[in-house]
Design a protein around this ligand. Structure first.
Ligand SMILES: C[S@@+](CC[C@H](N)C(=O)[O-])C[C@H]1O[C@@H](n2cnc3c(N)ncnc32)[C@H](O)[C@@H]1O
Length: 328
């Protein structure tokens, strides 16, 4: 269920009608992007825009969280203090499989399967070996309590994991210390931007369910790219800004099922697949594969899908010729 994104997609995206978003030129939904996109992407665009939202979110009873700091034009990509406060408030619950992070626990095997398969293909590893990521330096940006970092370490990666919330890092470190395989994870309360300044580089930069919480998504993508070695991998997952996402990921998950605390996701801050592709493209990362995650309420399981209208994950490759000053 992995979808390859051909290089020509990037040209098509860049030539499509655009609007300003955190500094990135992105397709303007009102310009019907499917008219300018490749057939393969048109299916994505039609899925996303069939539920295509107007630029203002649907009328909530009050499902919106705090406003993005700095109003419409923040210049600091991360962290967003209001978002940091939200996660600090529930930090104790990271490893409670029935707590607020239950959806992430349930999604974990599926997103790991995407990461394993894309990274193994890219780095020419055997996905069936016990430690397919052995020798790869991987960073988990916005790691929370470490529910993704730990299995990455078990797959053999040398893992650095960072989060803007100190309580998350403390909980992640304590949890990882109980197992020798995960005790080697380097946990640090910091931001991607700070590590860019330190000129840190990684073979794979992974940031799942974080971009929708940062103050400036484009600058965040630029930092993820700057942390990635040339020809390295960048993986981002998030929630689409679609009406379906509003209905399921916000209204159902936060208000009906109460999986997540109300206000966890702010609809207007969600990012579409086209926007992620363009922001990464602008940051010298080409999105090569994309997949959706769909939830089966009967089995309670998530699976990979072509449907990227709600939850999706993108795998990109950092261009080898880059003007980045951080590469040595
Ligand atoms: C929804 S959780 C996702 C956690 C983890 N990536 C996962 O999927 O299991 C978002 C995490 O991003 C962190 N976060 C938010 N903004 C951040 C930023 N600018 N830099 C680093 N971490 C950030 C939050 O503290 C929180 O732990």
């Amino acid at each position: 269920m992995l979808r390859r994104v051909p290089p020509s997609l990037r040209r098509a995206l860049l030539s499509s009608a655009s609007t300003h978003y955190g500094g990135a030129q992105i397709p303007n939904p009102s310009h019907s992007p499917s008219q300018t996109l490749l057939p393969q992407w048109r299916r994505h665009a039609s899925v996303a825009s069939s539920s295509a939202p107007p630029q203002s979110p649907p009328p909530p009873s009050s499902p919106r969280g705090p406003s993005r700091s700095g109003g419409g034009g923040p210049t600091v990509s991360s962290p967003n203090p209001a978002e940091v406060a939200k996660f600090a408030a529930i930090a104790e619950t990271w490893w409670d499989a029935n707590g607020p992070f239950k959806p992430l626990h349930l999604m974990n095997p599926t997103r790991l399967s995407f990461i394993r398969s894309t990274l193994c293909r890219h780095f020419r590893r055997d996905p069936y070996s016990s430690k397919p990521l052995e020798g790869l330096k991987v960073i988990d940006v916005g790691c929370g309590g470490g529910i993704l970092s730990e299995p990455l370490a078990r797959m053999g990666a040398t893992v650095t994991a960072i989060d803007a919330v100190n309580k998350n890092i403390k909980i992640a470190s304590i949890h990882a210390a109980s197992d020798p395989t995960t005790a080697s994870i380097e946990y640090c309360c910091t931001t991607a931007e700070a590590l860019v300044k330190e000129k840190r580089l990684f073979d794979a930069v992974i940031s799942l369910e974080v971009i929708e919480h940062v103050a400036n998504p484009l600058e965040f993508c630029e930092s993820l790219s700057a942390l990635t070695v040339p020809n390295g991998a960048t993986v981002v997952s998030t929630i689409n800004r679609s009406m379906r996402a509003y209905a399921t990921a916000i209204v159902a998950a936060e208000y009906i099922l109460r999986w997540l605390p109300r206000g966890t996701h702010e609809w207007s801050k969600l990012v579409t697949p086209e926007e992620v592709s363009l922001m990464l493209q602008k940051a010298a990362v080409s999105v090569e594969e994309m997949a959706g995650f769909v939830y089966n309420p009967l089995s309670g399981e998530w699976s990979l899908s072509d449907d990227i209208s709600v939850n999706y994950i993108a795998f990109g490759v950092k261009k080898s010729e880059t003007p980045s000053t951080n590469c040595t």
